[in-house]
Design a protein around this ligand. Structure first.
Ligand code: GNR
Ligand code: NI
Length: 186
């Protein structure tokens, strides 16, 4: 983690096919200052990335916590702790991307209206009924908490191609060990 004084904290985002993205997150028992600090770190990380959502699983944290901001001005942060989908309605297909699958965008079919219940940053339960991009984003983020990624909705061929390209990039970006054997030959 990079923490800039007591201001921003940018957490490292895991990339597919990291097996830690398959972890199933655990409910938060008590919402305290530690949770609120983590929410702020997640928001800093999401806005810096930049992305419209981030799930704790993506930064290798086991808590059921999601942050979202789909506003144009990036001034409407949403914090969802222990989010639960109460109702799904309608179908829509939207092009999705994911900070854990950088550089790939594919159409995914999901419900276009969602009723969700969660705890806010004070530990108070609330419900909301949302649609469109926010509905898609909430489903995408809750999937992360359950170890699921948008590439799981694609054909195996597409998923394999994405995995191979990202694995290749990760090998190329890996810090070079010292010594002749590790030298990169174009
Ligand atoms: O930044 C993001 N954009 C996005 C676009 C369409 C559908 C879902 C998303 S979520 C994504 C950020 C992310 O990876 N959240 O987990
Ligand atoms: Ni994602």
């Amino acid at each position: 983690m990079i923490r800039d004084g007591n201001h921003m904290a940018i957490l490292e985002i895991l990339h597919f096919p990291d097996p830690r993205l398959r972890n199933v997150a655990h409910s938060v028992e008590t919402v305290g200052d530690d949770t609120r600090q983590f929410l702020d770190d997640m928001l800093d990380t999401m806005y810096t990335a930049p992305g419209i959502g981030l799930a704790a699983t993506q930064v290798n944290d086991p808590r059921r916590i999601v942050v979202i901001d789909v506003s144009d001005a990036k001034d409407q942060p949403l914090c969802l702790i222990n989010p639960e989908i109460l109702e799904l309605d309608g179908v829509e297909e939207m092009e999705e991307g994911c900070l854990s699958v950088p550089g790939f965008f594919e159409k995914v079919k999901r419900a276009d209206r969602v009723r969700v219940r969660a705890l806010d940053r004070n530990g108070e339960a609330f419900e909301m009924q949302v649609e469109g991009l926010l509905a898609v984003c909430i489903q995408h983020e809750i999937d992360h908490l359950d170890g699921k990624l948008f590439v799981d909705y694609l054909s195996q061929l597409k998923r394999t191609r994405i995995r191979n390209k990202l694995e290749k990039e990760q090998r190329q970006n890996a810090p070079a060990a010292s010594g002749e054997a590790s030298q990169r030959v174009i």
